[in-house]
Design a binder for this molecule. Structure first.
Ligand code: NAD
Length: 545
């Protein structure tokens, strides 16, 4: 096959629009926000291409404006999960037979629809449902999801092109067939990124798999819109089936099914570990060993060396810890700062935080909004309440919270006297940053301390001007983060540029949006064809002398 056969459009990252005052995108977004707020929508499950409703109808509200109703969704149960599996298995033969270019075209078209006619509808939905500012929505729900869809097509073509050695004239042809997995894939997605919600079912589907997709309940309005785009792009019925059920109900049906072939998960570490144990217990029931891909929690760090530039550290802390209310898996939640720089960093950080506005993302001057739901609010505020009482912790900024109108929590900074204080170790997943101030001469010891403080290893950053300090951190923290940054905040990974994923308790590190991830969704078959098959079992060495 010539190289041209594997040529696909060259993927480049989707441009992030500015939404500056007077820009056409801002005008279009305002219109879309108004439209979404003016009507209540009915969000139904999508199973085998059909919209499925049940008797259980629940309302959807913006986390920052609880009195407003955006619409309702229909909650399913075990029956709908079974229907989704059946629909997926029914769609499988035709989908996996489809030439790969046809599958690619569907996802490339979905990206262009999202970047074009659906862009502001998606941003408006994401702002209202997930309480994101327009910038946070644009980089996630538009740019990153477009990137996943486009780059994955390119990686798929690269995988298919990779073929074993065959020497012309040798009488044989060796081929590698990148088969989809036998059975169906379960995509279990978190609330915090629309791009992840869209990518987890799409990546296996692109490789020819069929999928049952269960999004987080607080995010399903946006997931439904992603499904609408995929359908508009021509995704055949049953290839991806979207169900709204509780996690344990879905797990119960899926993990006991013989045709369960793998999970594409992003979410918390505890949930992932429980799921893995369930799969282990059911292992002998499965046709194949399931592929287990899970990107999970983090306790992401910044360490600054005494040679660092204080204002740069301040900006990295403010953006890294508090954008999207600290609800990014990559958000900075612990920082190790040298005593000599602490006064400057502290005053800069407090100045930044005092200037931050929090509220409804429809007011574009807000930098922060509400956290996702009451469970998150209660969990995060309990950490803050404890810190107020603990002698090892001092809250130097924020500490307030209020859920009367929406789930609002002030950006909060804790200074820990004990470097192993709870909030230096555990994932809080909210706008809470804990800082430990170390003696300048203990930089090396502090790297050691950092490395041994939490079970996670997702993202982290070092700030230093001295190259030796950079090198030392890079070496000592080799296993402390799957995404490591030098003089940059540890959030905002870009598809194709910084493939994302962590190790240790943070996941299987299969790097979403990279070729590594796509390899997990194929089970290769090596094919050898002999053009002139031998007709005598004897080898020449056996002949009489
Ligand atoms: P979560 O673990 O609560 O939920 C993730 C998904 O699992 C949801 O769809 C949920 O309904 C489902 N679920 C929950 N309990 C279940 C159970 N017992 N059985 C089956 N399914 C179950 O996570 P979340 O709150 O939606 O997302 C935040 C978490 O995700 C954080 O820990 C964050 O660090 C992590 N995250 C990690 C990455 C990464 O790339 N490493 C990216 C984004 C988010």
């Amino acid at each position: 096959m010539s190289d041209a056969y594997f040529k696909v459009p060259q993927a480049i990252n989707e441009k992030v629009l500015s939404y500056a005052p007077g820009s056409p995108e801002k005008a279009a977004l305002k219109k879309a926000l108004k439209e979404i707020k003016s009507k209540e929508v009915e969000v139904a499950m999508t199973i085998g291409g059909q919209k499925v409703k049940t008797a259980k109808k629940l309302s959807i509200h913006p986390p920052h404006e609880l009195k407003h109703t955006l619409g309702h969704f229909y909650k399913g149960g075990a029956g709908e999960v079974k229907m989704a599996i059946d629909a997926a298995l029914k769609a499988k033969p035709a989908w996996e037979q489809l030439p790969w270019q046809e599958r690619a075209a569907i996802f490339l078209k979905a990206a262009d629809l999202l970047a074009g006619p659906y862009r502001q509808k998606m941003n408006a939905a994401c702002m209202l449902v997930q309480s994101k500012t327009v910038y946070q929505s644009e980089i996630d729900a538009v740019a990153e999801l477009c990137d996943f869809w486009r780059f994955n097509v390119q990686f798929m073509a690269e995988i298919y092109k990779e073929q074993p050695l065959t020497v012309s004239g040798s009488g044989i042809w060796n081929r590698m067939e990148y088969r989809p997995l036998e059975g169906f894939v379960f995509a279990l997605t978190p609330f915090n990124f629309a791009s992840i919600a869209g990518n987890l079912p799409s990546a296996p589907a692109l490789m020819g798999n069929v999928v049952v997709w269960k999004p987080a309940e607080s995010q399903l309005y946006v997931s439904n819109l992603i499904m609408e785009i995929l359908e508009e792009a021509g995704l055949p019925p049953g290839v991806i089936n979207l169900v709204f059920v509780s996690g344990p109900v879905a797990g119960e049906v899926i993990f006991s099914h013989t045709d369960y072939a793998g999970i594409h998960f992003t979410g918390s570490t505890g949930v992932f570990q429980d799921l893995w144990q369930t799969m282990g217990k059911n292992l002998s029931n499965y046709r194949s060993y399931p592929r287990i891909v899970g990107e999970t929690g983090g306790k992401d760090f910044i360490i600054a060396h005494s040679s660092a530039n204080a204002p740069q550290v301040v900006t990295a802390l403010t953006r890294g810890a508090f954008e999207y209310q600290g609800q990014k898996c990559s958000a900075v939640s612990r920082a190790y700062l040298p005593k000599s720089l602490w006064p400057d960093i502290k005053s800069g950080l407090l100045k930044d935080l005092k200037s931050i506005k929090m509220g409804n993302p429809e007011d574009f001057s807000n930098f922060m909004s509400a956290v996702i739901d009451e469970r998150a609010f209660d969990k995060i505020s309990s950490y803050i309440a404890d810190a107020k009482k603990d002698k090892d912790a001092e809250i130097i900024f924020g500490g307030g919270y209020d859920k009367s109108k929406g789930y609002f929590i002030e950006p909060t900074v804790i200074v820990a006297k004990d470097p192993k204080y709870r909030t230096m170790c555990e994932e809080i997943f909210g706008p809470v940053l804990t800082i430990y101030v170390y003696d300048d001469e203990k930089y090396e010891d502090t790297l050691e301390l950092l490395n041994n403080t939490s079970p996670y290893a997702l993202t982290g950053a070092v700030f230093a001007k001295e190259r030796e300090a950079v090198m030392l951190a890079t070496e000592r923290l080799r296993h402390s983060a799957g995404n490591f940054y030098i003089n940059d905040k540890p959030t905002g990974a870009v598809v194709g540029q910084q493939p994302f994923g962590g190790a240790r308790g943070s996941g299987t590190n299969d790097k979403a949006g990279s070729i590594l991830n796509l390899y997990r969704w194929v089970s290769a078959r090596a094919i050898k064809e002999n053009f002139v098959s031998p007709t005598d079992y004897r080898y020449p060495f056996m002949a009489e002398e």
